[in-house]
Design a protein around this ligand. Structure first.
Ligand SMILES: [Zn+2]
Length: 217
């Protein structure tokens, strides 16, 4: 089926399941585009949509990226506004969609999604959120670089890829929360893109999709 935004309304089935990618527009190191999280969430939702007969909405491209402020290119609406966005969007979609599933590609959005889904469920809506999740480094490292090399290699400036702070995320979390990414990693990378490749990216991507498909079935 076509992307939802390309559909004509008489062609929509009754009460379709709608997947809404939720991304971010924020720095992804010197080598990945600002749209990385939105690109990955959209691609995962599309593939999962094909496999489960779900329609894929246009992405929410602005998320809660406060921890990345201090870098040029960051568009953050924050947790409160994102929560409201998810709540209002679902109330609107619920008038014709059977189920709304937010497919999240950015860790900073989790608090908003949790709060919004809790509020919406209390109102009786059929809604949930699912992460694009695999084990790996946190931000613009091996994991995301490999996935982007698989999805759109022309958007990866591999010659500019450098390691950032490679400490495990849990060890960095306190400083990250208080002082932001720039304080722990001046180049914006959390992890190391060295060795990233499209074949590994395909496997990581397939695992993300499979987790979502399993949840939807
Ligand atoms: Zn990312």
């Amino acid at each position: 089926m076509p992307p939802l935004a390309a559909a004509r309304y008489p062609d929509l089935p009754e009460r379709p399941r709608v997947l809404v990618p939720v991304g971010a527009t924020e720095q992804h190191g010197p080598h990945l585009p600002l749209s990385t999280d939105t690109d990955i969430a959209t691609a995962v939702a599309r593939r999962a949509g094909e496999r489960t007969g779900s329609w894929v909405a246009p992405a929410i491209a602005f998320g809660a990226s406060g921890e990345h402020q201090g870098f040029p290119g960051v568009f953050s609406v924050g947790t409160t506004v994102l929560t409201e966005m998810v709540v209002e969007l679902t109330r609107s979609l619920a008038l014709w969609a059977g189920e709304v599933v937010f497919v999240n590609g950015h860790g900073g959005n989790v608090a908003a999604l949790r709060t919004a889904v809790e509020t919406l469920r209390a109102e009786g809506h059929t809604v949930r959120w699912l992460p694009c999740a695999v084990a790996g480094d946190a931000h613009a490292g091996y994991t995301e670089t490999s996935i982007m090399l698989y999805l759109s290699p022309e958007d990866v400036a591999l010659d500019r890829a450098v390691a950032g702070n490679v400490q495990p995320l849990p060890d960095l979390m306190d400083r990250l929360r208080h002082s932001g990414v720039r304080a722990v990693s001046p180049n914006g990378v959390l992890g190391d893109p060295a060795g990233a490749n499209a074949r590994a990216g395909a496997e990581l991507f397939d695992r993300m999709v499979q987790r979502i498909v399993d949840e939807l079935r």
